[in-house]
Design a protein around this ligand. Sequence first.
Ligand SMILES: [Zn+2]
Ligand SMILES: [Zn+2]
Length: 123
Amino acid sequence: MILNIKEVCIINTIMQKRMLENSKFTEIDEEFVCEHCGRLVPKLEYSCRNHCPYCLYSKHVDINPGDRAEECHGVLKPIGIEMNSKKGYVIVFKCEKCGAIRKNKAAKDDNMDLIIKLSSNPI
Ligand SMILES: [Zn+2]
Ligand SMILES: [Zn+2]
């Protein structure tokens, strides 16, 4: 069964709540330093954070969104934008290590100038 990103986010939220209730795992929320621009990326409160909002780079760590099961760990470079009638902007990434194409919904605090710039790129 393949879960969509919404379902994965819901599961993650439930798991995080459980872990918080457990109190030992208060730092499960993912804040990370972007490997491309070096800025500290705060957690995204309303959804799964899966890319840097400043430079839009991501990391090839998921097979399905949020599962962290991918062993490649290459840098995912944003190469274009797709418009999705339900999700809005979808960023298309290419892994610089293995060449895999990944897609992620844009977050509300993403760098809009970059998204607009990327949307004029032919994919
Ligand atoms: Zn970045
Ligand atoms: Zn990869």
